[in-house]
Design a protein around this ligand. Structure first.
Ligand SMILES: Nc1ncnc2c1ncn2[C@@H]1O[C@H](COP(=O)(O)OP(=O)(O)OP(=O)(O)O)[C@@H](O)[C@H]1O
Ligand SMILES: [Mg+2]
Length: 255
């Protein structure tokens, strides 16, 4: 099977010659279709930069990023909105919902960009909202619902297009533990039942224990990776904690 995503020698430098930050420094990895990959690492290690380069919101300084063997760093401005809407879903820590639209309208937005027929839009929004348990909240505005419901709405919006790849940056970061657990269960379902490939940044070992593989970033490069394999989640969780404590302050980021 071909990987869904290939990251080949990707670097991202910020700043001028005398004061360069190497946010990413020659990073290479690939993601198979159906994987649920976590990215962990201390604050400033390059996690968000990595996701932004993959999301085409930012451009790497060097290297190639292939989605389905197509180099996304070469996509023209003209093609980019369509490419994103067809292939990618994003969930960020800040929900990025539009306050003046209802939850339903927020989810719909992703589809109206593609000029889908109205009935099809309605059906798709209901299906994904049902899956995420926010069907009864669709008429409400973001200020009328809880943080967990907003985050599930952000997830629904990211998924309504049935993207090949879901990119999530600290999706549970702003949630209490019950809402986090619910969102993670949902992501597990999306991964297992809908076969959506997920790449998720997290600081949290419990959140990470839902992944099938974890990449640890340090100073802009990958220094180790762990696979869940056949282990149960509790064992994997313990192993992640062990790596985190072994690495001390480097990964165990105090929030
Ligand atoms: N727009 C920018 N201009 C200059 N430097 C930047 C910019 N964005 C990120 N950096 C730097 O690049 C490095 C990686 O940042 P990044 O946001 O990827 O870290 P992170 O791993 O996501 O951290 P956190 O866990 O705090 O979110 C940091 O040193 C950061 O200061
Ligand atoms: Mg970040």
């Amino acid at each position: 099977m071909e990987p869904l995503l290939n990251i080949e020698h990707v670097s991202k430098y910020y700043g001028e010659s005398t004061n360069v930050t190497k946010a990413l420094d020659d990073v290479s990895f690939s993601v198979e279709p159906g994987e649920f990959v976590g990215i962990m690492g201390a604050s400033g290690s390059g996690k968000t930069t990595m996701l932004q380069c993959i999301s085409t919101l930012d451009e790497p300084t060097g290297g190639r990023i292939l989605l389905d063997q197509k180099d996304i760093t070469k996509i023209t401005e003209k093609e980019i909105a369509r490419f994103r809407s067809k292939n990618l879903g994003f969930v960020f820590q800040e929900y990025n919902l539009l306050d003046t639209l209802t939850l339903g309208e927020n989810i719909e937005l992703a589809l109206t960009i593609r000029r889908a027929p109205k009935e099809e839009i309605g059906e798709k929004v209901e299906a994904i909202a049902g899956k995420l348990g926010i069907l009864s909240e669709l008429e409400k505005f973001p200020y009328e619902v809880s943080g967990g419901q907003k985050q599930r709405c952000a997830c629904a919006r990211a998924l309504v297009n049935e993207p090949r790849l879901l990119l999530a940056d600290e999706p549970t970061g702003a949630l209490d533990s019950a809402s986090s657990a619910r969102l993670l269960d949902t992501m597990d379902d999306l991964n297992h039942d809908m076969g959506i490939t997920i790449l998720m940044v997290t600081h949290d070992a419990f959140t990470a224990s839902h992944c099938s593989r974890i990449l640890f970033l340090r100073d802009g490069h990958i220094f180790t990776e762990m696979r869940k394999g056949n282990k149960d989640r509790k064992t994997f969780f313990q192993e992640i904690l062990d790596v985190m404590s072994m690495l001390g302050g480097d990964v165990a980021h105090v929030r």
